[in-house]
Design a protein around this ligand. Structure first.
Ligand SMILES: [Zn+2]
Length: 159
């Protein structure tokens, strides 16, 4: 078994779609960034990359590379899972915590988990997505950003 820890955060901005875990969430702002800025996918990718020992997410997906501009992050996640598989590891379990003051994300958790499971190639029961506020503290608490912490457990598989 290997475990990896992942983290990501993006600034909230006007005129952007809010995409979290591959789900478009109705909100007056969206996350700013290269690609669709899907903070949940990025944190999980970071955790999977960490478990395999492949270094920084920015090394795999440099934001100077036009290939990744406006990329769909669930597709990037699939790519990372394929990389893990090529290195002899499969996803056993994902747990993630989204820190967002607004909007309320609870109603979207099942859809996020189901969509992520598809991209990860696992059952939805192997993906845990949680959401909480930051009690008004820091950038996430002031509604300026959304952050995600994630953990990935990978198991060795025969190649
Ligand atoms: Zn990101």
């Amino acid at each position: 078994m290997r475990v990896g820890i992942g983290y990501d955060s993006h600034r909230l901005a006007e005129g952007r779609r809010l995409v979290i875990g591959g789900i478009v969430i109705p909100f007056e702002k969206g996350l700013l960034g290269h690609s669709d800025a899907d903070v949940l996918c990025h944190a999980i990718m970071d955790a999977v990359i960490g478990a395999v020992g492949l270094g920084d997410i920015g090394r795999l997906f440099p934001d100077t590379d036009p290939r990744w501009k406006d990329a769909v992050s669930t597709e990037l996640l699939r790519y990372v899972v394929d990389l893990a598989r090529m290195n002899g590891y499969a996803i056993a379990w994902i747990d993630a915590t989204i820190i967002a003051e607004r909007p309320k994300l609870g109603p979207f958790r099942p859809a996020m988990a189901a969509g992520l499971a598809g991209a990860l190639g696992v059952e939805p029961s192997a993906v845990s997505v949680k959401a909480k506020t930051n009690e008004g503290v820091d950038a996430a608490g002031r509604g300026e950003a959304i952050a995600v912490h994630a953990v990935a457990l990978l198991e060795r598989v025969r190649r």
